[in-house]
Ligand binder design. Structure first.
Ligand SMILES: CC(C)(COP(=O)(O)OP(=O)(O)OC[C@H]1O[C@@H](n2cnc3c(N)ncnc32)[C@H](O)[C@@H]1OP(=O)(O)O)[C@@H](O)C(=O)NCCC(=O)NCCS
Length: 171
C-alpha cells in the first residue's frame, strides 16, 4: 500500500453560473442539479486520492442551508477527509457568491463515501489521509464516528431491502 496522502492532494474546486435551465419553480438552483455537481466533484477527489476506479457507496445527506439564485455563482470544494480500508469519505462544501455585492455564504454541505475498485471490480485498499488545516483536522477526527453510523445505516438498509417487495402493480 502506498503512503498516506495529504487532503490537499485530492482537493477540487468547481465554479458555475446559474442558468435558466438550472433553476426550480422558486427560481433557485434545483436541488437535483446541485446533487449531481456534488457527486461529480466528490468522485474526482476520491479518484485523485487513490488513483483507482471509484464508485459512490453512499451519500449521508445534502444539507441545503441557503437558496442559490441566478445572480449568484456557486463554488464547490471537495477533498478526501478520511479513509477506511477501501472506502474514502469525501467532504463537499458548497459556497455561493452574490456576483454584485461579493457576499459569500456557505450554501450546502455534504459527506459522501466512495469505494475503490480493482480490475476485478472488487474493493481494493486505499492510502490513508494526512490532514493539515484546521478544517481538515476537524473533519478527519470526527470521521470515524460518521463511518460507524454508516455501517449501522447500511445494515438497516439491507434489512429494509429484504423486506420490500419487487412486485410491480401489473404483475
Ligand atoms: C459499494 C460496493 C462496491 C461495496 O461492495 P461490497 O462488496 O459490499 O464491499 P464490502 O462490504 O467489502 O465494503 C467495502 C467497503 O465499502 C464500505 N461500504 C459499503 N457500502 C457502504 C455504504 N452504503 N456506505 C458507506 N460505506 C459503505 C464498507 O464499509 C467497506 O469499507 P472499508 O473497506 O473501508 O472497510 C457495492 O455495494 C456496490 O457496487 N454498490 C453500488 C455502487 C454504485 O453503483 N454506485 C453508483 C451509484 S448508482
Amino acid at each position: 500500500m502506498e503512503e498516506s496522502r495529504y487532503c490537499r492532494a485530492s482537493r477540487c474546486f468547481k465554479t458555475s453560473r446559474i442558468f435558466p435551465t438550472d433553476v426550480n419553480n422558486h427560481n433557485t438552483l434545483f436541488g437535483g442539479k446541485l446533487m449531481a455537481y456534488i457527486d461529480d466533484i466528490a468522485s474526482i477527489s476520491a479518484a485523485k486520492h487513490c488513483r483507482q476506479s471509484v464508485v459512490t457507496a453512499s451519500t449521508d445527506s445534502v444539507d441545503f442551508l441557503q437558496p442559490i439564485r441566478p445572480t449568484d455563482s456557486v463554488t464547490l470544494e471537495s477533498f478526501v477527509t478520511w479513509t477506511g480500508t477501501s472506502s474514502m469519505e469525501v467532504f463537499v462544501k458548497v459556497m455561493k457568491e452574490d456576483l454584485l455585492s461579493g457576499e459569500r455564504t456557505i450554501a450546502a454541505t455534504s459527506f459522501l463515501t466512495f469505494v475503490a475498485l480493482g480490475e476485478d471490480n472488487r474493493p481494493v485498499p486505499v492510502p490513508g489521509v494526512i490532514p493539515e488545516s484546521e478544517e481538515e483536522l476537524k473533519l478527519h477526527e470526527t470521521a470515524p464516528q460518521r463511518a460507524e453510523m454508516r455501517v449501522r445505516r447500511r445494515q438497516e438498509s439491507k434489512k429494509l431491502a429484504d423486506f420490500l417487495t419487487i412486485a410491480q402493480p401489473w404483475d
